[in-house]
Design a protein around this ligand. Structure first.
Ligand code: COA
Length: 173
């Protein structure tokens, strides 16, 4: 059984993430999408909200499972018994960081990483762009998965995951 692991902050999920999720799900028996902690990012949405939005976005894709994991990526990969990790690669700026992350995860945990190039039509969309537009009251329709724009905007307005007490669990939802 081929099981790919797609980790990210998903703060919030965008159509860029969904592009990778849809395409990666076609390449494996199961795609596990893991909401994880990026220590370099403060976090805007509560972790469970990020996972809930992802679950709703992935409802129509049969072989996708969403989890939350607060540890190292190599631990998450071992826990779900992942064949490999998949990450999206945008045309500008992603390669160096993704290369380093892949190298460290292979060295530390023997985990292979597959880098999937982002589709051209979503390459300019990012979670921080969505957060910025929402903060100014702009329209984020078409940047986040269909049907989620209002909920994402409301959740961003409600505030930050920083106030959460130990939001990370390492269990499947
Ligand atoms: N198209 C367009 N944009 C995309 C995209 C795509 N296909 N895929 C991702 N993005 C954007 C996201 O919107 C996000 O935008 P932002 O920077 O404006 O917020 C950015 O690319 C990357 O975010 P995302 O992929 O959601 O998560 P991340 O890069 O923050 O995730 C972790 C990093 C969580 C996987 C990493 O920090 C990790 O492994 N953490 C666990 C701890 C660990 O093991 N650390 C050691 C790793 S070597």
């Amino acid at each position: 059984m081929t099981r790919l692991l797609y980790p990210g902050s998903f703060d919030p999920v965008t159509i860029g993430h969904m592009d990778i999720i849809r395409r990666a799900a076609r390449l494996c028996d199961e795609l596990v999408v893991a909401v994880m902690h990026n220590p370099e990012k403060a976090g805007a949405l509560p972790v469970q909200k990020r996972a809930e939005l992802l679950e709703r976005a992935c409802e129509g894709i049969a072989n996708v499972r969403v989890i939350v994991h607060g540890g190292l990526l190599i631990e998450c990969a071992a826990q779900v018994d992942a064949t490999a990790v998949v990450r999206g690669l945008r045309p500008l700026g992603d390669f160096e960081a993704e290369y380093q992350m892949a190298a460290v995860n292979r060295r530390l945990g023997g985990v292979e990483t597959l880098l999937m190039t982002t589709s051209e039509d979503v390459a300019g969309i990012s979670s921080s762009i969505v957060r910025q537009i929402a903060a100014f009251g702009g329209c984020i329709d078409g940047m986040v998965p269909e049907g989620l724009a209002q909920d994402v905007a409301a959740a961003l307005a409600r505030g930050s995951g920083k106030k959460e007490e130990n939001p990370w669990t390492n269990e499947s939802r």
